[in-house]
Design a protein around this ligand. Structure first.
Ligand code: CA
Length: 226
């Protein structure tokens, strides 16, 4: 599986050759021209790497960086800044970026920095297996046999939590506390909705040893392997 890179750059003269080179290098490239578009893209298909220009037309690149970091705790984020703008670099790193490259940059240098981020990611990689399903916690991707499951962020979180303790009952309270908010209260209906969606997606997996989520009325849920 190739690493997915999100390029956030409004300048075509920089973004186009960058996207082309990354594709040649075997990366799966997503290119957003604006900050809001970048956040939507990252939410729909979370990348492992982000190249983020801080000078964006719609929103402050630093805010985008902060939101991306919150959304993608394990992604490698490399920011692009104007030359000699040390304030940008410091603020960007504070906002959660892992590294920076100043414009104008050489593609070779940027590629080298991306490889470092991927290597750092891989050294912390954790893969969980339940039956024929592999949950790559670092990359936030899950595969049934070799087909990727298209999971929403919360569905992925649920699957990762279940996959840590297959065969054990997870109470509703515990799931809510771990995945939503430690101060949650009231209805856990949203949990049922997400479990239903995840269950449907797992059921669509044709492989022999697929995980099944069993509901225990009033208690919680359990993940079993058939
Ligand atoms: Ca720009």
């Amino acid at each position: 599986m190739s690493a997915r890179v999100l390029v956030v750059e409004d300048d075509d003269a920089i973004g186009a050759p960058l996207a082309r080179t990354l594709e040649h290098q075997g990366y799966e490239v997503q290119w957003a021209h604006e900050g809001r578009e970048a956040l939507t893209t990252a939410k729909t298909r979370p990348p492992q790497l982000v190249i983020l220009d801080l000078g964006l037309p719609d929103v402050d690149g630093v805010d985008v960086c902060r939101e991306l970091r919150a959304m993608l705790p394990y992604a490698g984020i490399v920011i692009l800044t104007a030359r000699h703008d040390e304030v940008d670099v410091v603020v960007g790193l504070d906002a959660g970026a892992n590294d920076y490259v100043t414009k104008p940059f050489r593609l070779a240098e940027l590629l080298a920095r991306l490889r470092v981020q991927l290597r750092d990611n891989l050294s912390e990689a954790t893969e969980l297996r339940v039956g024929d399903v592999v949950v790559d916690v670092t990359a936030r991707r899950a595969f049934a046999a070799d087909t990727e499951l298209e999971l929403r962020p919360r569905e992925f979180d649920l699957l990762a939590l279940f996959a840590q303790e297959p065969g054990r009952v997870l109470t509703r309270e515990r799931i809510m506390t771990e995945l939503w908010d430690e101060h949650w209260y009231g209805s856990t209906k949203t949990l049922d909705v997400h479990v239903s969606a995840l269950r449907r997606k797992l059921a669509a997996d044709p492989s022999a040893r697929r995980p099944v989520i069993t509901g225990l009325r009033g208690v919680g849920y359990r993940l079993d392997v058939q």
